[in-house]
Write a protein that binds this ligand. Structure first.
Ligand SMILES: [Zn+2]
Length: 266
C-alpha cells in the first residue's frame, strides 16, 4: 500500500493550522462596526431559524429535537415539568431554572464579510431582534432584496458588548445608502459570484442533529452530576436512590443551585 500523499499533505496542513477543516464556517462579529452582505441560498430564503437548548451541563447549545424536527424532546419535557412546579409553588427561582432550559430561537444566514471575501461564505448566527430588523428591511420597498447579486445592499453591523454581567450583546444593523454588487465581477462574467453562491452551505445539515435518546443521555448526565454534587451534603440521603430525573427534580424543587444564564454559543 502506497502512501496517500494528499492525506499526508492534509496532516501537514492541519499541523500548520491551514486547510479547510481547521477554519470555522461560523462567523462572529467583533466589537464595533463591520460590513456584511447577506447571501441568498437556492431555496430563496436566507433567514433560517433554529431552536436550541443551552445550559445543559457543559454541553454547547444543541438543536431541540421537538421544535426543529417534531420528535420528543427530553429537555423540553423536563423544563416544562420544572416550570409547572414553579408556578404551582410560586417559586421564582424554579421558574428561572426552567426558563434557562427552555429552547431559544436563533437565526442564521450565509454572509460575505466585506474585507474578508477571500475567506468565502460564512454563517452568521443572530437573535430575534436582528431577525425582525432584517425581515423589516427586505419587506421595505426602500430596500427590497438586499441579497440581490447585482443590486443588493450591504449592511453595517455594529456589535456592542454588554456593559453589565448577564446582559446580552447588542447588534445594530444599518443598510448602506447605496446598492452594490455582491462581488467585483458581478457586473461582468460573474464567475466569482457563482462560485460564492454555489459554496453556500447546506443549512439542513449545519448543526448536528441529536436523537431524543442522545438528548436523554445528556439530560441524565446533567442530572446525575447534580445528584453527585449533592452526595457531599447531608440532604443527599433523601434523593440518593431511584430515578435520576426524579431525584434531581426533587432536589431542584427543594431550592438548590441556580443555573447560569444562557450562554450564546456562536
Ligand atoms: Zn426541546
Amino acid at each position: 500500500m502506497a502512501l496517500d500523499m494528499s492525506k499526508m499533505q492534509a496532516k501537514l496542513d492541519k499541523l500548520n493550522n491551514k486547510g479547510s477543516g481547521e477554519v470555522s464556517i461560523f462567523w462572529r462579529p467583533d466589537e464595533g462596526d463591520q460590513t456584511i452582505r447577506i447571501m441568498c441560498p437556492e431555496d430563496g430564503d436566507p433567514f433560517k431559524d433554529f431552536h436550541f437548548h443551552y445550559n445543559v451541563g457543559n454541553n454547547r447549545g444543541f438543536l431541540c429535537s421537538k421544535k426543529n424536527f417534531g420528535d420528543d424532546c427530553p429537555i423540553c419535557d423536563f423544563a416544562s415539568k420544572l416550570w409547572r412546579e414553579g408556578v404551582a409553588s410560586n417559586d421564582d427561582e424554579l421558574k428561572k431554572q426552567a426558563k434557562s432550559l427552555f429552547s431559544r430561537q436563533r437565526f442564521a444566514s450565509p454572509v460575505l464579510v466585506r474585507g474578508e471575501e477571500a475567506k468565502g461564505v460564512k454563517v452568521w448566527s443572530y437573535g430575534k431582534r436582528a431577525y425582525e430588523t432584517l425581515i423589516g428591511y427586505v419587506l421595505n420597498p426602500e430596500y427590497g432584496d438586499i441579497t440581490d447579486v447585482d443590486e443588493g445592499t450591504d449592511i453595517t453591523l455594529t456589535y456592542t458588548l454588554p456593559k453589565t454581567p448577564g446582559a446580552y450583546p447588542q447588534t445594530t444593523l444599518t443598510p448602506r445608502r447605496r446598492t452594490s454588487p455582491l462581488c467585483d465581477d458581478a457586473v461582468g462574467d460573474g464567475d466569482r459570484c457563482n462560485e460564492l453562491l454555489e459554496s453556500i452551505p447546506d443549512f439542513e445539515n449545519l448543526y448536528e442533529r441529536k436523537s431524543p435518546s442522545q438528548i436523554q443521555a445528556m439530560l441524565d448526565e446533567y442530572l446525575s452530576d447534580d445528584v453527585d454534587a449533592e452526595m457531599n451534603s447531608a440532604e443527599s440521603q433523601k434523593y440518593g436512590s431511584g430515578n435520576s430525573v426524579d431525584a434531581a427534580f426533587a432536589r431542584l424543587t427543594s431550592g438548590g443551585k441556580s443555573y447560569p444564564e444562557a450562554d450564546l454559543p456562536f
